[in-house]
Design a protein around this ligand. Structure first.
Ligand code: ATP
Length: 151
């Protein structure tokens, strides 16, 4: 019995499929969810959602939110969610740089802006981590299972 996973972002359903396992970025670290999980609602951090279906892994970055977990379904509500392949690294790097600049200059930054910059920093770092992790996984296991060619 697979788990029906839905990732609902602000403007769209970013992902919907039946999966064998889903790993979520929980507040206390990675949370692996298998079918027949107890019913809980839990907070999510900005980070990676990893799914596996018939041995195939899919990775998305989420900006954080909530997960409603049940015995045969997981519903994630997150402002933003992107497939690892859709992450624009340049944009994420620029967002990280802007946030770091604000955070490094607290006297010129009002409290509300500091809090926003902290969230923006976490989102950008999650995107960068997810994109880098997927690139590293691909280097280890290129699609089709071929080993990188040794020249
Ligand atoms: P930025 O300052 O670059 O807009 P942000 O963290 O403020 O980043 P969000 O508010 O989290 O952006 O997201 C706004 C929209 O842009 C969402 O639809 C999100 O999926 C998309 N998005 C944000 N950053 C990226 C990125 N680096 N690559 C791909 N999509 C992104």
């Amino acid at each position: 019995m697979p788990t029906h996973l839905q990732i609902i972002a602000l403007d769209r359903i970013a992902y919907e499929d039946d999966v064998d396992i889903v790993v979520l970025p929980g507040e206390e670290g990675q949370l692996g969810v298998l079918p027949r999980h107890a019913r809980i609602v839990t907070l999510l951090e900005p980070g990676e959602v990893l799914t596996r279906k018939s041995g195939e892994e899919t990775s998305l970055a989420i900006s954080g939110g909530f997960a409603q977990i049940g015995p045969d379904s997981v519903t994630i509500l997150s402002d933003a969610a992107e497939y690892a392949d859709d992450i624009d690294m340049e944009r994420a790097g620029e967002a990280r740089r802007r946030a770091q600049e604000r955070l490094s200059n607290p006297s010129a930054t009002p409290d509300l802006e500091m809090a926003r910059a902290e969230s923006a920093l976490l989102r950008s770092m999650a995107r960068i981590r997810v994109a880098e992790r997927i690139a590293a996984r691909r280097r280890r296991q290129p699609p089709g299972g071929q080993q990188p060619r040794q020249e």
